[in-house]
Structures are given as structure tokens and as C-alpha cells.
Ligand binder design. Structure first.
Ligand SMILES: C[S@@+](CC[C@H](N)C(=O)[O-])C[C@H]1O[C@@H](n2cnc3c(N)ncnc32)[C@H](O)[C@@H]1O
Length: 220
């Protein structure tokens, strides 16, 4: 999917999105925010914030910035911000693959059900790493393709159909993390059927100093 299609597909979902994807994915969103272990005053970026279903779970003592490509989703999100009185949250239209934030702008970055919905997950991962401080936390909450060869084959077959709906099913966590400076420090299954993963990473982008990616992802 290119950016125009993402915008079109998700804006057409905006009115019904919360009914379809609200409750079923909520457990994962709440766990993910808890695993950020936020301290007062920290700054968090939520990429692909959508209608903002995760926003009420963040502590009010932190500053939250949400970005999304879809104006339809963002309009719903702004309504939620008003209803909940979330004064610590700002949202804006921005491409997660080409962000306008300076390097090291955030203490933590969250991508909830996003890396399989973006036009180019590599660009988005590199941008999330760039805008997150060294040593900061990055959480990916997503379905990743299964290690079981039979299930992986089914996921590959249905992926083109799912792409029409706005996401892919054939992306593995190893592909997402490949070539990055992220170390996975926690991984758990979430949501009904336990086919989604919460993956917490630490951003080691300048810790090893030589510009080479880490390969310490024993938890993948
Ligand atoms: C499946 S929804 C997830 C929404 C929300 N995070 C949630 O928990 O329900 C994926 C979102 O990612 C957004 N998106 C896709 N590609 C994007 C990009 N390149 N930049 C910003 N947002 C993007 C879509 O518009 C959509 O709102």
C-alpha cells in the first residue's frame, strides 16, 4: 500500500474502527503502555495513533505526541482527546516514514498495530529509532508472522487480501528488527487467541559506537 491508499483505507474505516478494533485489541494497548514504565515528565511518541484508543491509558504526567497519515482517523482521535480531556496529548498528520521531529526527541516510542499497516516498515523503524533517545524504549505491538511453517504459509496466502483491508499478515519480527540497533528485552503474547505480540526494545543506536547494528535479540 502506498501512502495515498493508507490514507484512503483508514479514513474510510474511521467511523467504524473503534467498534471493530476497539475491545478486541484493548488488552494489548493497556499492557503496552504499562510496559513503557513511564516517569513523570517523559515525552512519548505514538506512531499511527489512529483514533487514539490507547491514549487514555497514558499517565497525565507525561507529554504524548501522536502522528498518523489519515485525517479521518485523526479527526476521531481529536474527538476522543476532547471527551477525555487529555490536555497532555497533541496529535498531528505526519508520515511515520519521514518524520519532522529532531533526532532524540522522545524518551519512548509506541507503535500499536502499525508496522504491518505502513507502506514501508523499514523506513518507519529507522525513523522511530532516530527520534527516540539512545537508551529509550520502543514498543511494537503487533501480529507477526508465525514460526510454524503451516501457519506461516497460510499467512502468506492471505496477506494480499489483507493488504486490501489495510494490513499485511506475512511480516516476521526478525525482518522488522533486522539491521536495527534494537535489543528486545521483553516479549509476550497479548489479546484474545494470543496471536499478537508485545515486544519491548531498548534503543542502542549510539551505545556500541561503531554504527553497526546489535545482534542480541535472543528473545525473537
Ligand atoms: C491498524 S491502525 C492502528 C491504530 C491505533 N494505533 C490502534 O491501536 O488502534 C494503523 C494506523 O496506522 C496509520 N498509518 C499507516 N501508515 C502510516 C504512516 N506511514 N505514517 C503514519 N501513520 C500511518 C493508519 O492511518 C492507521 O491509523
Amino acid at each position: 500500500m502506498d501512502a495515498a491508499k493508507v490514507e484512503r483505507v483508514y479514513s474510510s474505516y474511521a467511523k467504524v474502527y473503534d467498534h471493530i478494533f476497539g475491545k478486541i485489541f484493548h488488552d494489548g494497548r493497556e499492557h503496552a503502555v504499562r510496559h513503557l514504565n513511564l516517569s513523570p515528565g517523559e515525552r512519548v511518541l505514538e506512531v499511527g495513533v489512529g483514533t487514539g484508543l490507547g491514549l487514555p491509558s497514558y499517565p497525565r504526567s507525561c507529554e504524548i505526541v501522536g502522528i498518523d497519515l489519515s485525517d479521518g482517523m485523526l479527526n476521531k482521535c481529536r474527538q476522543r482527546i476532547d471527551v477525555y480531556g487529555l490536555k497532555q496529548v497533541k496529535v498531528m498528520r505526519m508520515d511515520a516514514g519521514a518524520m519532522e521531529f529532531a533526532d532524540d526527541s522522545f524518551d519512548a516510542v509506541m507503535a500499536a498495530y502499525v508496522v504491518t499497516a505502513v507502506p514501508d516498515y523499514r523506513k518507519v523503524m529507522l525513523e522511530m529509532i532516530r527520534v527516540c533517545k539512545p537508551g529509550g524504549r520502543i514498543i511494537l505491538l503487533n501480529h507477526f508472522s508465525n514460526g510454524n511453517p503451516l501457519i506461516a504459509a497460510i499467512e502468506k496466502v492471505i496477506s494480499p487480501l489483507c493488504k486490501q483491508l489495510g494490513w499485511r499478515t506475512d511480516l516476521s519480527l526478525a525482518s522488522v528488527l533486522d539491521g536495527t540497533h534494537l535489543t528486545v528485552i521483553h516479549k509476550q503474547k497479548v489479546n484474545p487467541f494470543r496471536i499478537w505480540h508485545l515486544v519491548k526494545c531498548v534503543n542502542h543506536k549510539s551505545v556500541n559506537g561503531n554504527g553497526q547494528p546489535h545482534s542480541h535479540n535472543a528473545l525473537i
